[in-house]
Design a protein around this ligand. Structure first.
Ligand code: GTP
Ligand code: MG
Length: 351
């Protein structure tokens, strides 16, 4: 099974983490499914690595799906997409792991516009200074919309009658106005001249695939900027992550699903975790990843790996995880001297 790219010759650049956020039922999972699906269709099947709570889509397939010829200067394995369910745990998760997402897609149902959790999402992204793009989805639901499968937005937009065109303009303008109320200057993506100053709004449909190539193109632009700043980031240090969920697994007991956003975690590492009784330490017994699709019939759902490199999603099995708090940080402290371990533990209680 493919691990994260960690060959010795390339600089160890961390995989950018892309969070997909938005109001309940606005279409986050469908959008991700479409991105994953198109990626499989574009001939990259098998290269997509399913992680615990996340998916890595290879950068090459994103570049080819976006129809962009521009190749990236620096090799990164891909983008790690994290789907966030529309439940409250997300707030905790984001507030704690300010560094968790490198960029985000804010999904908003174009027919419904901004809703409470959309607002919550942009407030969190603003606080964390996380760059993002707005996907105005369910374009095909706009009354009178005539779909052209997988077409770029402008091409489909050109095929609409005046009434529909006007309706879309109004809907997009509503989003622009709401974003302005929250201090963001934004424009429909094709009208943005300076992506550093203006947020891009990309109208899309997960069902018809319209606008998806445009969305990916904007995302590549954000990733490029991220990589220029991230050149100094290393994945060689001790692992740091955020607990997504605490889960009971048959035969394993309590496990934690972790998004590792920095460094490396190995079997046998000592980790510090936040529990209801305060910070405690334990030793990693096993690191588990979902099996590839084709091995779905194998009894054991998980594959044991020796180490995991950021960014990645991984299930950690270790003694004493039942009291861990979802949304709390996890740190590898194995190699640290005792006084450093103590200060890490102190730091964690302050979070
Ligand atoms: P939560 O995870 O519960 O917050 O929802 P979500 O944001 O992941 O939404 P999800 O992708 O599950 O979609 C919710 C509903 O909207 C489903 O019935 C989808 O089929 C539908 N839907 C999502 N995207 C589109 C779209 O582009 N067009 C249409 N017509 N329906 C869509
Ligand atoms: Mg969902």
């Amino acid at each position: 099974v493919k691990k994260n790219k960690d060959a010795g010759d390339v600089p160890h650049i961390r995989t950018p983490i892309v969070c997909v956020l938005g109001h309940v039922d606005h279409g986050k999972t469908s959008l991700l499914d479409r991105i994953r699906g198109s990626s499989v269709v574009s001939g990259e099947a098998g290269a997509i690595t399913q992680h615990i709570g996340a998916t890595i889509v290879p950068i090459d397939s994103i570049t080819s799906m976006s129809g962009s010829m521009k190749s990236l200067n620096i090799s990164i394995p891909g983008l790690l997409f994290i789907d966030t369910p529309g439940h409250h745990a997300f707030t905790t998760l984001r507030a704690r792991g300010g560094a968790l997402a490198d960029m985000a897609i804010v999904v908003v149902d174009i027919t419904e516009g901004f809703q409470p959790q959309t607002i919550e999402a942009i407030q969190i992204l603003r606080n964390c200074k996380t760059p993002f793009v707005v996907a105005a989805t369910k374009l095909d639901r706009v009354p009178g919309w005539r779909s052209t499968e997988k077409s770029p937005f402008l091409k489909s937009f050109g095929n609409q009658n005046e009434r529909v065109t006007l309706l879309i303009e109004t809907k997009v303008y509503d989003i622009v106005a709401t974003l302005a109320e929250h201090g963001f200057s934004s424009e429909r993506f094709d009208r943005v001249s300076d992506f550093a100053r203006n947020l891009a709004i990309v109208p899309v449909s997960a069902h018809t695939g319209e606008g998806i190539s445009d969305l990916l193109m904007v995302l590549i632009g954000l990733a490029q900027r991220y990589m220029e700043e991230a050149l100094t980031l290393t994945v060689d240090g001790p692992g740091a992550g955020t607990v997504l969920e605490v889960k009971e697994e048959k035969g394993l007991g309590a496990t934690i699903d972790v998004i590792l956003f920095d460094g490396t975690i190995r079997v046998g590492d000592e980790i510090a975790i936040a529990t209801t009784d305060g910070v405690s330490t334990t030793k990693v017994r096993s690191l588990l990843q979902p099996r590839p699709m084709q091995e779905i019939l194998i009894e054991d759902r998980f594959l044991r790996v020796k180490e995991v490199v950021a960014a990645a999603g991984v299930k950690v099995s270790a003694p004493g995880l039942d009291q861990v708090i979802a949304g709390s940080p996890v740190r590898v402290i194995g190699d640290e001297p005792e006084d450093v371990k103590a200060s890490i533990a102190r730091e964690m209680t302050e979070i």
